[in-house]
Design a protein around this ligand. Structure first.
Ligand code: NAD
Ligand code: LMR
Length: 359
């Protein structure tokens, strides 16, 4: 009898897939994911629940693909205001263990966020040639505000990775929204500056003729123009650069984003290298949550390393998010001058974000 009941249920599910009533693609996506989750619950491995907000975009799609490949992820929620049914259907066919669910539009934001351990936010408009990241503020500030309100309500303990530009302002916006909601935990909010580190490692390796894997450049400050401050004097392995090399590398790292925006000629900014960097950073956050020792990355965070309330520097990630913030260490004269320029610009961007969120 029991066997017949199960068989009938299976036939009913298959029939629903073969003859879907109009407009229920999303429900089918969910029910099929739920069925897979039930199957996995019998023998599957535990992992973390991750939401990507802006999952159908230029960064969001490759980021979703790479997170689906991450063995630390058990559930992957893909949220956007457009196109998530297609992206979710496509990604859900990958034969990796994470269960994928799609969520479309504001009415489904809360479902997308409930129960998440990590939320990654690449939602928002990208630059076109001639624009600064701050030119994106008017549109992206509102998007980050709304998404942060959802996080405060539905998963206040989640680690939040903010990618949306201008990061120097969107992170302070998220912090203010969390403060208003009474859920702010500075150790769980991180602006993603990993792409600056990825670029720095690549460009330095090019100059030195090394494998980028062997190079580690700390990049501090923020994520726009002169606020991006590579500390070439602290590079691993230790290397002495000539003033000309230092000038060239600092400028290329600070303008890496603009280099891509110009090459893409109006079709957007870095998406593929950003997805790679975002996954590298998210994976570090998840390894920290799992309790791995010695997980150290750079991020734009609430900080007392300088007199500014937010600053990017090296942090140790752990079970509670940021567990230790490292001081800048000894800077050479060139870096000290760069730090002063970075702080001046950062102060304005942080203040702009804070006053927007307090309105
Ligand atoms: N931190 C970094 O290093 C870094 C690097 C590259 C790009 N970025 C920034 O990331 C953002 C996204 O870039 P992209 O190239 O993916 O842009 P994109 O336009 O290709 O994608 C953005 C996605 O966000 C979605 N979106 C818009 N409003 C939303 C909302 N309210 N809720 C959920 N989703 C929403 C859009 O529908 C779109 O799918 C930009 O602001 C860009 O400047 C940051
Ligand atoms: O440059 C941009 O606008 C996108 C991003 O911040 C980047 O550094 O590539």
């Amino acid at each position: 009898m029991k066997q017949n009941g199960e068989t009938n249920q299976r036939i009913a599910r298959i029939a629903a897939h073969l003859n879907p009533p109009p407009n229920i693609t999303h429900q089918i996506m969910e029910s099929s994911s739920l069925r897979r989750e039930n199957c996995r619950a019998k023998g599957g491995s535990p992992g973390f629940k991750v939401a990507i907000l802006g999952a159908a975009g230029g960064i969001g799609q490759p980021l979703s693909l790479l997170m689906k490949m991450n063995p630390l992820v058990s559930v992957l929620h893909l949220y956007d205001v457009v196109n998530t049914p297609g992206v979710t259907s496509d990604i859900s066919h990958m034969d990796t263990s994470a269960v994928v669910r799609g969520f479309l539009g504001q009415p489904q934001l809360e479902d997308a966020l409930t129960g998440m351990d990590l939320v990654i936010i690449p939602a928002g408009v990208p630059r076109k040639p001639g624009m600064t990241r701050d030119d994106l503020f008017n549109i992206n500030a509102g998007i980050v505000k709304t998404l942060s309100q959802g996080i405060a309500k539905c998963c206040p303990k989640a680690i939040v990775n903010v990618i949306s530009n201008p990061v120097n302002s969107t992170v302070p916006i998220a912090a203010e929204i969390f403060k208003k909601a009474g859920t702010y935990d500075p150790s769980r909010l991180l602006g993603v500056t990993m792409l600056d580190v990825v670029r720095a490692n690549t460009f330095v390796a090019e100059v030195l003729g090394l494998d980028p894997k062997e190079v580690n450049v700390p990049v501090v400050g923020g994520h726009a123009g002169v606020t991006i401050l590579p500390l070439l004097s602290q590079i691993k392995p230790p290397i002495n650069f000539t003033p000309k090399e230092t000038e060239y590398l600092t400028s290329r790292i600070q303008n890496g984003g603009t280099e891509v925006v110009e090459a893409k000629a109006g079709t957007g900014s870095a998406t593929l290298s950003m997805a790679y960097a975002a996954v590298k950073f998210a994976d570090a956050c998840l390894r920290g949550l799992r309790g791995d020792a010695g997980v150290i990355e750079c991020a734009f965070i609430s900080s007392q390393v300088t007199e500014l309330p937010f600053f990017a520097s090296r942090v140790r990630l752990g079970r509670n998010g940021i567990e230790e913030i490292y001081p800048l260490g000894p800077l050479n004269e060139y870096e000290r001058a760069g730090l002063e320029m970075a702080k001046k610009e950062l102060a304005g961007s942080i203040e702009k974000g804070v006053s927007f969120a307090r309105k």
